[in-house]
Write a protein that binds this ligand. Structure first.
Ligand SMILES: Nc1nc2c(c(=O)[nH]1)N[C@H]1C(S)=C(S)[C@@H](COP(=O)(O)OP(=O)(O)OC[C@H]3O[C@@H](n4cnc5c(=O)[nH]c(N)nc54)[C@H](O)[C@@H]3O)O[C@H]1N2
Ligand SMILES: Nc1nc2c(c(=O)[nH]1)N[C@H]1C(S)=C(S)[C@@H](COP(=O)(O)OP(=O)(O)OC[C@H]3O[C@@H](n4cnc5c(=O)[nH]c(N)nc54)[C@H](O)[C@@H]3O)O[C@H]1N2
Ligand code: SF4
Ligand SMILES: [Mo]
Length: 676
């Protein structure tokens, strides 16, 4: 067959959505490189995806369906291989038994962003389960607080155009560790610096990104709302409010201005554990620098007060009028700029869908252990590994071990979650299937066409759900659409055709040009086009309608605050079982400031149990002054089955909703340590 090169897109849950060049020999991928033409990829992938072919060609790829024949939780030894026919019969029988016993809402699909693609991501799964009348999943695990906050403030997940950050003169990286999690934005930040920009990182930890910024401010975790209020108060005192722009494009300023009278800089600084001079200095810079760009990370929202924090941070540029300028304003994610509403494709209006309850994915541990009525008695997991990534792991495991729970897992390799399955179905990886990828960090869409042969009998998610529908006796045409048809449905009415994407690989699809200021003249995607500092609709949800501050739930708790941030060589729990990636990350460690280690008599390398009322996990102490005193950190999404003690950091995280959006509060966690 010879050697061919194929353009494809990285499917991982990362804002960069890189385009790659894949070299294929005899149906097998042999080389992967970043596409040199793509304006955001610029010829380089990240370290972890440079080794993506370890995952694609790994000897541990699932190649046949597997049926459980032994106890739950025992791992692959409790399974035997089966044909697709037998496996699908078992799935149909399991789901049907559940429906007969407790009704269709007893079936819960559980999925997230293992692949971000519009086709393999969730479309066919959502169609099948919505048609069945299964419980609807609220996909809250990552960005729900930010979605709700920005949906209220700006009318959607929109912000400044990211490549235009080169125009900014002050860049605030607010809880955003670009060097680990948004690598391809960093060169644009560096370009801005060459043009004279000053870069400030706001993060309780001195991350690599913070260490390489011009200044680093380390507030107490979960206090960003107070910090933002204090900064806005300083802007008022400094006479830096852009009244003309505010009056023209924003609702609610008089009410917020009144609230800011209660937030002198000293109060805000005390709440954040900062010297007031630090706030004043940043406030002065913001007051006098146009354009200022505030790049807001995702991790900072994993606190009880996330909704108010995101609203308050993203209110700052409304007060300064920064959206007037290219590269000015705030940006969390770019998703709201894309012209396609996924909803009609994932849940087509012509497909009958009985009304069904919603289930919050972040509450899975509670849902499986009694919170749901009728109970969830069937769980179908795809594109996700909740046994490693969902909060309250010990309770979740009790739920997954329930004898009366029927669990199906679609996976590429044997994860923690597979241990608790009744049926494991082998899924394809990106080089083997068709997908269409928008982005949450830039403005391009890319098409990924199959280029290699999948291992054994692995199938795309879409095909697995098409066959599952048939096995359940469902034959609506929307449950039979091909992958290409689904991609075309997503593209319908948009600015680029399937053929154009097949030819060029990617296209800019938002209608927002590089170097533009999309909200210079307002036009926010709210019904009135005005941004909302005060949003009466929130009051109906029991939420403060005015931008404000919700303190951390664990504010007065004992012990250390524990942040479990993104690790550079894993992507959530993806890659965490591959030898190269695992070696790069090292065994689980808990990083402590020297003062906190000293106070506990712990030396570097001491094995400890990290524990609280929810559970415990094992790690080795790393003495590290990158941690703020009182704040410890580790990395998220190691696998439990590969961790010492068999638990991960999620054994100490709680099932608890944020103030807005029903998102989880992973970093709003207190722990104590005991030497083992
Ligand atoms: N290499 C790699 N890249 C990834 C991921 C990965 O696992 N690995 N995960 C992907 C996913 S799913 C996501 S959602 C994104 C996450 O992308 P980021 O938001 O950049 O990542 P996090 O590490 O979760 O959090 C960012 C920073 O927020 C800080 N932080 C925590 N609490 C607070 C707080 O209260 N205030 C402030 N100001 N900062 C705080 C953390 O210390 C951390 O340095 O990255 C994506 N990219
Ligand atoms: N303690 C702590 N926990 C966290 C976080 C934190 O900051 N701290 N962050 C949270 C965040 S931001 C997120 S987004 C979640 C993510 O948590 P998850 O959604 O569980 O993400 P991953 O761990 O990457 O698991 C994705 C799985 O999907 C599989 N997969 C990929 N593509 C496909 C496909 O095409 N078909 C099928 N069937 N499977 C596929 C991969 O093999 C992988 O096992 O974790 C959360 N968990
Ligand atoms: S994980 Fe992110 S940075 Fe790495 S290749 Fe994929 S899209 Fe690019
Ligand atoms: Mo995420």
């Amino acid at each position: 067959m010879g050697r061919t090169t194929h353009r494809g897109a990285c499917p991982l849950d990362c804002p960069d959505t890189c385009v790659w060049q894949l070299t294929v020999e005899d149906g097998r991928a042999v080389e992967i490189r970043g596409d040199a033409d793509h304006p955001f990829t610029r010829g380089a992938l990240c370290g972890k995806v440079n080794r993506y072919l370890d995952a694609v060609n790994g000897p541990d790829r699932l190649a046949t369906p597997m049926l459980r024949v032994g106890p739950k939780g025992a791992g692959p030894i409790a399974f035997r291989p089966a044909s697709w026919d037998e496996a699908l019969q078992r799935v149909a029988a399991g789901l049907t038994a559940s429906i007969d016993r407790h009704g269709p809402e007893s079936v819960l699909p559980y999925y997230f962003a293992g692949t971000l693609g519009e086709v393999q991501g969730y479309t066919m799964g959502q169609r099948l389960f919505a048609h069945l009348g299964a419980s609807r999943l609220r996909t809250t695990i990552c960005t729900a607080a930010a979605n709700a906050a920005l949906g209220s403030l700006y009318g959607g997940m929109v912000g400044f155009e990211p490549e235009s950050i080169v125009e900014a003169r002050l860049i605030v990286l607010w809880g955003a560790n670009l060097l680990s999690t948004h690598l391809h934005l960093w060169p644009f930040v560096q370009e801005a610096r060459r043009r004279g920009a000053y870069v400030v990182a706001i993060d309780p930890l001195r991350t690599d990104t913070a260490g390489r910024s011009d200044a680093h401010i380390a507030p107490l975790p979960g206090t960003d709302g107070a910090l933002a209020l204090g900064l806005m108060r300083h802007l008022v005192d400094a006479g830096a409010v852009d009244h003309e722009w505010l009056d023209a494009h924003v609702d609610g300023w008089p009410a917020l201005a009144a609230r800011l009278r209660e937030w002198p800089v000293e109060r805000a600084a005390a709440e954040c554990g900062l010297d007031p001079a630090v706030l004043r200095d940043l406030g002065d810079r913001i007051a006098t620098t146009r354009p200022t760009a505030i790049k807001v990370g995702l991790g900072l929202q994993r606190h009880a007060g996330a909704g108010q924090a995101l609203r308050a941070i993203c209110a700052i540029p409304l007060v300064t009028g920064d959206f007037r300028h290219p590269g000015g304003g705030a940006l969390c994610m770019t998703t709201g700029h894309f012209p396609w509403g996924d909803v009609d494709v994932a849940r087509p209006p012509d497909l009958p869908q009985p009304p069904a309850r919603q289930v919050n994915m972040s509450r899975l541990a509670a849902v499986l252990t009694g919170e749901a009525d009728p109970p969830v008695s069937s769980l179908v997991v795809f594109d996700s590994n909740p046994a490693a990534t969902a909060p309250d792991q010990t309770r979740l495991r009790q739920g997954l071990l329930r004898a009366d729970l029927f669990t199906v897992v679609l996976e590429q390799r044997w994860t923690d979650t597979c241990d608790y399955a009744d049926v494991v179905l082998p899924a394809t990886m990106q080089p083997e299937h068709l997908d269409l990828s928008a982005s949450y960090g830039h403005h391009y869409t890319s098409l990924n066409l199959p280029a290699t042969t999948p291992p054994g009998e692995a199938l795309p998610n879409t095909e697995i759900f098409r066959r599952m529908a048939a096995a359940l006796g469902l034959d609506h045409p929307r449950l039979r659409d091909s992958d290409e048809e689904i991609a075309r449905q997503h593209l319908a009415g948009g600015p680029v055709t399937f053929e154009e994407l097949a030819e060029r690989g990617y296209a800019r699809t938002t209608g927002v040009p590089v170097g533009s200021a999309p909200f210079a003249k307002g036009g926010f995607p709210t019904p009135t086009g005005r941004a909302r500092l005060h949003d009466p609709a929130l009051a109906a949800q029991g939420v403060d309608p005015l931008v404000g501050y919700t303190p951390p739930a664990e504010k007065d708790g004992a012990g250390l605050v524990l942040i479990s941030a993104a690790g550079r060589f894993f992507l959530n729990s993806t890659f965490a079982s591959l030898p190269w990636h695992e070696k790069k990350m090292g065994a689980p460690r808990i990083h402590l400031h020297p003062l906190d280690a000293g106070a506990r008599g712990l030396a570097d390398g001491t094995p400890v149990s990290v524990h609280n009322e929810h559970g415990a996990f094992d790690a080795a102490v790393a003495i590290d002054d990158a941690a703020r005193p009182g704040v410890a950190f580790t990395f998220k999404a190691y696998w439990a089955r590969r961790s010492p003690g068999g638990n991960t950091v999620n054994a100490v995280t709680a099932v608890r909703d944020t103030d807005l959006g029903g998102a989880p509060t992973f970093h709003d966690t207190r722990v104590e340590l005991t030497a083992r």
